[in-house]
Design a protein around this ligand. Structure first.
Ligand SMILES: [Zn+2]
Length: 257
């Protein structure tokens, strides 16, 4: 399905399942490490997204021979992805089955994609790059260094976002060699060239024809799957910093849940 991007680097598809297939909800994996004090486990591979890039971590369950663990948070720490859990901790080496809370994850995928559409619209219409942001399921915010903000900016931006969503732009996960990524104007404008050179290839989320940025998060396959967006606030956060808040509304083209 979709336009093929460059393949992921060796090993990633076998370890960080969320990075190559955002629609993977269940997986088997060996427990590779247990932090008894911290109440957390590491797995040989995982579909749980670790918090990062403004996207919160996934929740869900991990089934082990000792019973069901509830995953309350996931974090990457010096290369290891740790799942913070409630329940009886398993031993290293046992086989476990993970399942992410898909409802919540899919809402985050729609929200994350909506924020990229917002980035793309602001760049296309005003040539202003994004400087920061955050999200939770179905709502998010981004900051832009607008020198001034017109009273009807919110309404204008909302109309433009929904126009682009309706075009059903395809979304491709690409793994671009740095030699190519570092000369890509869209990636330079989102400061991807500042990412350490050891990160090669660079994972790029391409909303084909609208927005390209280096990104570790999970996104839907088409902008149509976002549903709709409402701009619920525009605020001035200092002289050259304007914050735009959005909510994702409506049902998703890809999932009527
Ligand atoms: Zn992103």
């Amino acid at each position: 399905m979709g336009v093929p991007g460059n393949p992921p680097p060796p090993g990633l598809a076998e370890t960080e399942l969320f990075a190559v297939d955002a629609y993977r909800t269940e997986f088997d994996a060996t427990v590779t490490d247990v932090d008894r004090e911290g109440g957390r486990v590491a797995l040989a591979r995982t579909a749980f997204y670790p918090m990062g890039g403004g996207q919160p971590s996934d929740t869900g369950t991990i089934q082990t021979p000792e019973g069901t663990l509830t995953v309350t948070g996931v974090r990457r720490e010096r290369g290891t992805i740790w799942h913070t859990v409630e329940g009886d901790l398993p031993d290293v080496g046992v086989e476990a089955q993970g399942a992410i809370d898909w409802d919540r994850r899919h809402r985050l995928m729609r929200t994350h994609t909506a924020l990229h559409v917002l980035c793309g619209v602001i760049w296309a219409d005003y040539s202003i790059p994004v400087t920061g942001g955050n999200m939770e399921p179905m709502k998010g915010r981004l900051d832009f260094p607008f020198p001034a903000m017109s009273a009807d900016l919110g309404a204008t931006v909302e109309r433009r976002i929904n126009e682009e969503i309706a075009k059903a732009h395809e979304i491709v996960v690409d793994f671009l060699p740095r030699s190519i990524a570092d000369t890509d104007p869209a990636l330079i404008r989102t400061s991807a060239n500042l990412i350490p050179q050891e990160i090669d290839p660079l994972r790029v989320i391409d909303i084909v024809g609208l927005d390209r940025q280096a990104d570790g998060g999970t996104h839907v396959l088409s902008t149509a799957e976002v549903g709709g967006v409402r701009v619920v606030g525009t605020e001035s956060k200092g002289k050259d910093n304007k914050r735009i808040r959005i909510e994702v509304v409506g049902s998703s083209g890809g999932d009527e849940g």
